[in-house]
Design a protein around this ligand. Structure first.
Ligand code: SAM
Length: 236
């Protein structure tokens, strides 16, 4: 098992650099993320990269050197934003969301849930000028082997996966421990009332009240499901 569930007394601060802050208003205003913020366990700050541009037209992108197709996000506005934030506090990670990185997973989410301050940079167009990545980015994250238009949805995925692991965010803290991937397996099937719906019955062991048997059933099902759907996880 690789989960981390330590006591965490600090508020996690997440600063997100984006050219479309409005895209992130809704995902952070609902469900667990909203709860984390309302409970004072996390704070999220959206920064419009355009506000940091010194260009008279507030440009944030320019043509790619070498004549390649697509625009590239310029160094200056992003650097100015990062320097402002890092002059105010220390950051554990400065993360760039990008498809050309290793793919995000539960183990990484557990690790990041222990961080205090993080910056997340969302790209657009062909991505950000490589010099920003070379000089400032401490971690690059992809959410999957496909390409999105921008980094905002990817950032929302990362933030959601991390914040729900902070003790106090979920109403039952142990719930996250039994989710898929938390212990390297997929989660077993779950059922709720009624026990019989149109003749579709819940496995009787779950109604037995025998915790030992129920746990054994869950372990067996988790293994069975993982073997069937994600055999690679077993080999790992
Ligand atoms: N030219 C880049 C490439 O081929 O690697 C793709 C750029 S993509 C159109 C624009 C932005 O969307 C990226 O800079 C990144 O921030 C975000 N993005 C796209 N796909 C992503 C993914 N799978 N994971 C994380 N971020 C992604």
């Amino acid at each position: 098992m690789f989960f981390i569930y330590l006591q965490k007394n600090v508020v996690m601060r997440i600063d997100i650099l984006t050219i479309f802050p409005d895209l992130l208003e809704s995902p952070f205003n609902h469900s667990m993320i909203k709860r984390a913020i309302e409970k004072g366990l996390a704070s999220i700050h959206l920064h419009n990269i355009r506000d940091f541009s010194t260009d008279k037209h507030k440009s944030v992108d320019d043509y790619a050197f070498g004549g390649a197709a697509g625009m590239v996000m310029m160094v200056q506005p992003i650097e100015t934003a990062i320097l402002k934030l890092t002059s105010e506090r220390q950051y554990d990670e400065i993360i760039y969301m990008t498809p050309d990185a290793t793919v995000w997973n539960q183990k990484e989410a557990n690790r990041l849930s222990m961080a205090e301050n993080i910056i997340i940079l969302c790209g657009h167009y062909k991505g950000v000028d490589q010099r920003i990545r070379d000089q400032y980015i401490t971690k690059e994250v992809s959410i999957g082997d496909y390409v999105l238009t921008g980094g905002e949805l990817a950032a929302a995925v990362l933030v959601d996966s991390v914040l729900r692991l902070i003790p106090g965010v979920l109403s039952d803290e142990t719930s996250a421990l039994t989710d898929s991937h938390q212990d390297g397996l997929l989660s077993p099937p779950v059922y709720t009332r009624p026990a019989n719906y149109k003749g579709w019955e819940v496995p009787t062991v779950l109604l037995s009240g025998n915790d030992k048997k129920i746990n054994e059933w869950r372990e067996e099902k988790a293994l069975e499901l993982t073997q069937k759907i994600r055999p690679d996880m077993i080999n790992d």
